[in-house]
Write a protein that binds this ligand. Sequence first.
Ligand code: SF4
Length: 249
Amino acid sequence: MQLEINDQTVADEARALQARYGNLEPMDVIELAVDHLFNEEIAVVSSFGADSAVMLHMIAQIDRATPVLFLETGKHFPATLRYRDQLIAELGMTDVHDIHPLKQSLKDEDPFGALSMTNKDRCCYIRKVEPMARAVAPYRAWMTGRKQFQASTRTALPVFEAVGARVRINPLAHWTSADLKAYMAEHDLPPHPLVAEGYRSIGCMPCTLPVKDGEDDRAGRWAGSDKTECGIHLTGLTDELSNISLTDS
Ligand code: SF4
């Protein structure tokens, strides 16, 4: 499939893909996307968080050379970085990229590394949104591990969606927490070490807390503030990407 570099065409394409393939099982979605729809023009964005082993394991069954993009914000738990290294080695992924914030942005806006305490939106912008747009710019599509059950803001999450002139794919959108646990157990995948301490959605250390039984998995993210998303899945990313042409990237 060759997508035109045109936002409206890609939006139509994503709707058509969702209508035709939106109910496929995750493994079938990944195989379709990697082997047939986007070939070498697709990546996966992984946080190496609580459930990340599931989709990475599926992708490793299909193509271990699929590019894996990790936003190295500089604020992760040390346990996450160790888990990233462990999973990459165990799954044999061969093309993993740490995506860092721009040095100049850190120097100008967060010289003491404390921006998360005073302006979380701006901190997420320079450490996540801008790096994410830069990271996915060379690809026509990318996969995420987002699920509908994770939060009330994600209940309508589709498998295929357009983000500007690119397609974002959420193969696990329909899976439940039980599905993920069953897959982890069936394939003997190592859990993120912080899951045992009550962390069910794991992001940057200053902005992540464990959650209680009955709470949304993402209740511990930016707890105590109105913020529920970092912005890499929202319109800010689309705006950033609109400044980067596919042919330039
Ligand atoms: Fe900064 Fe927190 Fe956003 Fe990480 S999650 S980029 S530390 S505000």
